[in-house]
Ligand binder design. Sequence first.
Ligand SMILES: [Fe+2]
Ligand SMILES: [Fe+2]
Length: 355
Amino acid sequence: MRIECPGCLKGINIPEERCPVGKVFTFSCPSCKHRIKLDLRTESTNIRSSLKLETGINKHQEKATQKKEYKRKESNRQNLEKKILQDVKDLPPMPQVVLKAQQLMADPDLDIKGVASLIETDQAIAIKVLKLANSAYYGFSGQVSSIQNAFVVLGYKTLVQILSIASFSTFMGKNLPGYGFESEDFRRHSLAVALSSKVIAEKIDPSLANEAHTAGLIHDIGKIILDKYIVEKIDTFKTFLENEQRTFLSAEKQVLGFDHAEIAYEICKKWNIPNAMTQAIKYHHYPSSSQGDRLPYILHLADYIAAKSGGGYDSDDLLYQLEEGTLDYLDLRYEDVRIIMSEVIEAMAQLSDES
Ligand SMILES: [Fe+2]
Ligand SMILES: [Fe+2]
C-alpha cells in the first residue's frame, strides 16, 4: 500500500504483509522523520480509505499548527517592532550644534565668526574639534588654536567633517556586547567607513564628499538600538551563525525580523537627516535595491573596504561580499580599491588617538 506523509508529502510504500490489520500503529517517515499514525482497526478492504482519512486529519492538524505558529511569530515580531521604534524615539536628538552649524555653513554669506561661536557653545564638542583639527591627518599639527582659526586653516568643508566626528563620537563610543564589540571597535569601524566614503566620493564626485563622510560615520547606528535585543536572544544568534555559516546581518533579519540598516533608517528620519543620506544608509548593504543613487554604492564599497582593511568587525569581515556590479556602477577598478584601502589604513593611523 502507498500512503503520503503529511509532514513532507512524500509517498511511502508499505508492504501489505507488514500492515498490522486491526491495530493502530505509528512509525517515522523515512524522509522527514514525521511520526505517522495509522488506524487499521477497520476491515482490511477498507485500509486504503482509513489511511486516507487518517493522513487527511494529520494534514489538517499540521496546517492548523503551522498557522498558529505563524500567528505567534508575527505577533512577537510586531511587539518587538513596537519596542524598537519606541527605543528609536527615546534616543537623544542629533547634536543641535551640528544641525545649526550645517545650516549656517550652507549660507552663501558664510558668517565664520557666528559659526565658530556656535560651536564654542558646546565645550565638549569644541575641544574634540580642536584635537582633531590638530591631528596628523589634517596636516596642521599644533597650528590650530581656535575654531575660527580652524576655518581659516582647514576650510569649511573639512571643518564640517571634523564637527561630525566630534559630535557623533558619543553615539559611536558604546560597548555593544550583543555584537561582541568594545566601544573602540564600533568607533573605529564608523570612522574607517566615514574616511573611506570620503576618499571614494572625492575620486568619483567631490561634491558628495561631505554627505558621504557623515553617512559613513553613522551608517551602522542601528546597531546601538538592536544590541540589547541581540543580548536577549544571544543563544539563538549563536546557533544560527554556527549552523548556517552566514553573516550577522542575516542573523538579525532571521532572528529579530529587522536588520540594523532598517533601524538606522528610522533613526535618520528621527534626526531629520537629509533624504539622500537616509536612503544611502538604509541600502548600504544592498545598494542595487536603492533608487540608483551613487551614495548607497559609495557607502557599500566603503564598508567593504573597512572590513577588508582591519577596520571592520571580526565576526563578519571574512563573509563580507561586495554586491555584484558595485565597482562598475562607480566606474572603479580593483586597482582603485587597493589604493583607497591603503589611504584609509594610513588615515586611520593618523586619526586613531584624536577621535
Ligand atoms: Fe552595516
Ligand atoms: Fe558597517
